[in-house]
Design a protein around this ligand. Structure first.
Ligand code: CP
Length: 345
């Protein structure tokens, strides 16, 4: 089957078909193996990719910029403070006197595509960041690529499973443990949602562990459950930080996320509450109980809280490989959605 996603927005992997996901991963692996191959280095020649950041980033900004360079194009950085601002219905700031409709249509005339990052700390309500991104997508023909919003982080999810496949082959039937961890950063849902959605799509068993009160948004959990059911796989929820680590677990993703009342109580209260739950940490003793489990995390890692140094820096950690894969998956997405590269799967 020849996969053609030219012009497609990439906002959440759940909105891609499985063959489209397979095609992006296939091309990303080919690009990794032949990083500066002639087939790729002029795909974005003379083109400008916009990167609109409402929130800070290390991996996303640098990997997107490197991706545009390696494809022969240019990445231009935009941030709200360099624009004239006013409040919108999404609780965020955009250009004064300019609607998203107007700004987006103008940007569309300059750029071949645009990435947007807008996390929970830049909006007032859960989902507002994702809504803003979709509003840009509505008014732009050039593809919008989600660089992490308050709900989803598709490039991270794709890079996670690419790294997981590289280390353990076919993921079908394998088990991933997604466990909450204490921490001092009150982390977003986006990377967690995306990993749960894509691993369940790809035929994995999913175990979700978290302290009572740290439920993830119901509609995302329903999607993960349905994905697992369609594949005949297990979806389990556990509320014990220790029991979650069992002999069948092949991947451990230990990550802090904030509670459902975060938007009312704010970051300070959330961090005080979460910091007390110190037993929620991924450590060597727990990892030893798994099936040679590999440690997965989107980074930045909150060492000593989400995971011990011993695990994060140890031989079972694949976090840097996954971070590297951000470059390759994003190159593949840009090659397919912007340059119109087609992939046979
Ligand atoms: N994982 C990730 O998106 O990292 P940054 O926030 O540094 O971009």
């Amino acid at each position: 089957m020849l996969i053609d996603i030219k012009g497609k927005d990439v906002i959440c992997t759940q909105e891609l078909t499985l063959p489209q996901i397979e095609a992006i991963l296939k091309l990303a692996k080919e690009m990794k193996a032949d990083r500066f191959g002639e087939k790729y280095i002029e795909l974005l020649k003379d083109k400008t990719f916009l990167m609109f950041f409402f929130n800070p980033s290390l991996r996303t900004r640098i990997s997107f910029e490197a991706a545009a360079t390696e494809l022969g194009g240019h990445a231009q950085f935009l941030e709200p403070k360099t624009m004239r601002l006013k409040k919108t219905s999404h609780g965020v700031e955009v250009q004064a006197g300019e609607t998203i409709e107007d700004a987006a249509q103008v940007l569309d005339r300059y750029a071949c595509g645009m990435g947007i990052r807008i996390l929970e700390t830049s909006v007032e309500n859960y989902g507002d960041g994702d809504a803003l991104l979709r509003e840009y997508a509505r008014w732009m023909d050039a593809p919008i690529i989600n660089m992490a919003d308050d709900k989803y982080h598709p490039c991270q999810g794709l890079s996670d499973v690419m790294g997981m496949q590289e280390h353990k082959g076919d993921l079908t039937g394998k088990t991933v443990l997604m466990t909450w961890a204490h921490g001092s950063l009150a982390r977003s849902y986006c990377s967690v949602h995306e990993n749960l959605l894509i691993t369940s799509r790809m035929g994995m068993n999913v175990r979700l562990a978290y302290p009572k009160g740290y439920d993830l948004p119901k509609e995302e959990i329903e999607k993960v459950k349905t994905n697992c059911e369609k594949n005949g796989r297990k979806f389990e929820i556990c509320h014990d930080p220790d029991e979650a680590y069992t002999h069948d677990v092949e991947f451990v993703y230990s990550r802090n996320w904030f509670g459902p009342d975060f938007y009312e109580i704010g970051k300070k209260v959330e961090i005080e509450r979460a910091s007390k739950l110190t037993d929620w940490i991924c450590n060597e003793e727990r990892m030893k109980r798994t099936n040679n489990g590999l440690f997965v995390h989107p980074m930045p890692v909150d060492r000593g809280k989400e995971v011990t140094d011993e695990v994060a820096s140890g031989p079972r950690s694949i976090i840097v490989d996954i971070a590297e894969n951000r470059l390759h998956t994003q190159k593949a997405i840009m090659a397919m959605t912007i340059a119109g590269m087609k992939v046979e799967v």
